[in-house]
Design a protein around this ligand. Structure first.
Ligand SMILES: C[S@@+](CC[C@H](N)C(=O)[O-])C[C@H]1O[C@@H](n2cnc3c(N)ncnc32)[C@H](O)[C@@H]1O
Length: 215
C-alpha cells in the first residue's frame, strides 16, 4: 500500500487537517479578514482556481445564494453547491468572455447574476502563477503577462466599486506594473500574507474598480 502523503510545512499540514485542497487558502483568508471582501450572496470569479482551496473558502463565505466561478488550465475536482468551474487558458480572453457570457445568459433568472452584457461580479480573485522556469526575470515577466490578462477580464466583468485581488511576483518590472495599476484602479494596497513562504517573491495587490477604467 502506498505511504500516506504527509505535507512537510505547517500551513500545508493545517490545510490538510482543515479539509482544504491547498495552503494558499490561508492567504485569501487573511486578505478577506483584513479587507472584509466576501459577503453572503455575492458573485465571485476566481481566475486561477486549481486545485480549489480558494473556491472551497469562497463557497462557504458567500453561502447558497452566492455563486463562484473558477477558471484554470488544470481540471478542478468538483465542489458541491454554488461552484462552477471551467478548464481554460485565461490569456485567451475571448474564450473566457464567451464562456462567461454563455453562462450568464443561462443564469439570468438567478438573482445573483445581472445580464449578459453588464459587469457581473462583486469580486474577482487571482492567485495565478506561471509554471516556473527557474530564471527569475523570465518567471517575473510571465507573472506580469498573466496579470495583464486578469486585468483585461476584470475591467470587463467586475462591477464598479468591486474588489480585485491579484498575485504578482516582485522583480525588475514590478514597479512599472504597479504604477500602471495605480493609474487605473483605486484604493490599491499591497499585502504580504503570513502564509506566503519566507523566500517567496509573491505579493498580493488588493484594489477597487473605479467608475471609469481605461480600455
Ligand atoms: C497557486 S495555484 C492557485 C491555487 C488556488 N488559489 C487554490 O487555492 O487552490 C496557481 C494556478 O494558476 C494556474 N494558471 C497558470 N497559468 C494559467 C493560465 N494561463 N490560465 C489559467 N490558469 C493558469 C495554474 O494552473 C495553477 O493552478
Amino acid at each position: 500500500m502506498p505511504k500516506r502523503y504527509i505535507p512537510n510545512d505547517a500551513w500545508s499540514r493545517k490545510a490538510a487537517k482543515d479539509g482544504y485542497r491547498a495552503r494558499s487558502v490561508y492567504k485569501l483568508m487573511e486578505i478577506d479578514e483584513r479587507f472584509r471582501l466576501l459577503k453572503s450572496g455575492q458573485t465571485v470569479l476566481d481566475l486561477a482556481a486549481a486545485p480549489g482551496s480558494w473556491l472551497q473558502y469562497v463557497s462557504k463565505r458567500i453561502g447558497p445564494k452566492g455563486l463562484v466561478i473558477g477558471f484554470d488550465l488544470q481540471p478542478i475536482k468538483p465542489i458541491a453547491g454554488n461552484v462552477v468551474t471551467f478548464q481554460a487558458d485565461i490569456t485567451d480572453t475571448k474564450a473566457v468572455n464567451t464562456l462567461l457570457q454563455e453562462h450568464v445568459k443561462q443564469q439570468t433568472s438567478q438573482a445573483s447574476l445581472t445580464s449578459a452584457t453588464s459587469p457581473t461580479f462583486n469580486i474577482i480573485l487571482s492567485d495565478i502563477a506561471p509554471s516556473t522556469s527557474g530564471i527569475r526575470d523570465v518567471d517575473q515577466w510571465r507573472s506580469i503577462e498573466l496579470n495583464q490578462a486578469v486585468l483585461d477580464i476584470a475591467s470587463r466583468w467586475l462591477r464598479t466599486g468591486g474588489s480585485c485581488v491579484l498575485k504578482v511576483f516582485r522583480g525588475a518590472d514590478f514597479d512599472a506594473f504597479l504604477r500602471e495599476v495605480k493609474a487605473d484602479w483605486k484604493d490599491v494596497k499591497i499585502v504580504n500574507p503570513r502564509a506566503s513562504r519566507d523566500r517567496s517573491r509573491e505579493v498580493y495587490i488588493v484594489m477597487k474598480k473605479p467608475t471609469t477604467i481605461k480600455p
